[in-house]
Design a protein around this ligand. Structure first.
Ligand SMILES: *Cc1c(COP(=O)(O)O)cnc(C)c1O
Length: 415
């Protein structure tokens, strides 16, 4: 245990961990079941094109969510693009800037203008009160993002969408296994989109899905994700290749069977962080509504620099030196990334809460790869850095200020 600040690796101590601790190591289900299914697939020689494992996964997910249609896709981004296209969104679409950049890219990719809206600082999701002032005659839809698995204010968004005749889509990339007013995320708005990327709570190596209760929309999406084929040699629509393959589907099916275990681990980790950071002034841990279902996949902290003195970036540097790879999700906000920052250089003026939040948040390691012992060490280091904040800050000024930014660029998002 490190007890004074000289023990911190940034000040010459030895790193707390030999191996890097990542924010999101994949949650993996039963290996034997996985190999059985792989053998089965190889015997059958059916690798893609709506195979039996894809059909089974779609069926299981529809049941789990309580939604009529689930269309499995090759990844969450293509699923978003197809959902956007199937809803015939065009012109301008309102979405939060505080999200993973794919939400914005999925619009811009098809030359639809993303209009960035501010968030509610308490929930980190799009603030309904800010949406109405962003609506113009060109607006066709709203995309809400259930960030960290915490649902958007869905009732308020539905009301705005109704009043202004806008389509309502949800990016539910973080929301698999979570509920809103007792109903699973995935069945709200015109459609919702999941990502099954390895960093997400539930993965299929790569993958995603569109879920909807709209029969006509589901039929259209099925055509679009398969080049518009409605039968042999009969193309009736413009389409692309959004199909999920059998390997991904069987990975998904296997992981789905362990979902309760993953949630239990994440929940225990969340509780460990709660205990470890309890009453540490200036640090607040993400709050999940215990009345709802939740996957507890994100251990998100907010740092109030006016209390801690050390700022978020310094804390990231301190933790990284210890081999704790905390991440600045989602820094710096989509509106400060290209091409958006060139297109809309003043977007930040409308996004005061986003601008404030992106400098305060960081994400801590969790998932099946960490347990109570690691978490207790992580919390101890955080405490040390924060409790001796003024001194740490003074000694750190000048310390490799560019180190974090540099490694962010090379690291990318995959872990
Ligand atoms: C991961 C993610 C996506 C993209 O999903 P992929 O499966 O990686 O393409 C979209 N939106 C959000 C909010 C995400 O976190």
């Amino acid at each position: 245990m490190k007890e004074n600040i000289d023990d911190l690796t940034v000040f010459g101590g030895t790193p707390s961990f030999q191996e890097p601790l990542h924010v999101g190591r994949p949650n993996l289900g039963d290996r034997e079941r996985l190999f059985e299914r792989i053998n089965d697939m190889l015997d059958r020689k059916w690798l893609s094109n709506n195979g039996p494992y894809v059909q089974e996964l779609e069926q299981r997910i529809s049941e789990l969510i309580g939604v009529k249609h689930c269309i499995a896709m090759c990844n969450g981004t293509v699923a978003l693009e197809i959902a956007i296209r199937s809803l015939e969104l065009k012109g301008e679409v309102i979405l939060p800037s505080f999200t993973f950049v794919a939400t914005a890219h999925a619009l811009q990719w098809q030359e639809i203008t993303p209009v960035f809206c501010d968030i509610d600082p308490k929930t980190h999701t799009i603030d309904p009160a800010c949406i109405e002032k962003m609506i113009t005659p060109r607006t066709t839809g709203i995309i809400g993002v259930h960030l960290w698995g915490r649902p958007c204010d869905i009732v308020a968004l539905e009301k705005i969408a109704d009043t202004h005749h806008l389509k309502l889509l949800f990016d539910a990339a973080h929301g698999f296994g979570c509920s809103y007013k007792g109903r699973m995320l995935g069945s709200f708005g015109n459609a919702e989109v999941f990502s099954f990327h390895p960093t997400k709570f539930f993965n299929s190596c790569e993958g995603g899905a569109i879920v909807t209760n709209d029969d006509a929309l589901a039929a259209k999406i099925r055509l679009m994700k398969n080049f518009g084929f409605s039968g042999y040699d009969n193309v009736i629509y413009i389409g692309t290749n959004g199909k999920m393959n059998e390997m991904s589907a069987l990975m998904g099916l296997t992981n789905l069977e362990s979902m309760a275990d993953f949630i239990a681990v994440n929940y225990e980790n969340y509780k460990s962080y709660q205990r470890g950071l309890d009453s540490l002034a200036g640090i607040s841990l993400i709050n999940y509504d215990q009345k709802e279902k939740c996957n507890y996949q994100y251990i998100l902290l907010e740092i109030d620099e006016s209390v801690t003195h050390v700022n978020r970036d310094q804390l990231v540097d301190i933790l990284r030196a210890e081999n704790i790879l905390a991440r600045r999700y989602f820094y710096p906000g989509c509106h400060r990334m290209e091409p958006y920052r060139s297109y809309f250089p003043n977007a930040g003026l409308m996004l005061p809460e986003t601008e404030r939040l992106v400098k305060r948040v960081l994400s801590f390691p969790t998932g099946t790869a960490v347990g109570p012992d690691e978490i207790s060490k992580i919390c101890q280091i955080t405490r040390l850095a924060v409790q001796y904040g003024p001194e740490v800050k003074k000694r750190l000024s000048g310390y490799a200020a560019n180190e974090t930014t540099k490694s962010m660029v090379f690291e990318g998002f995959a872990v």
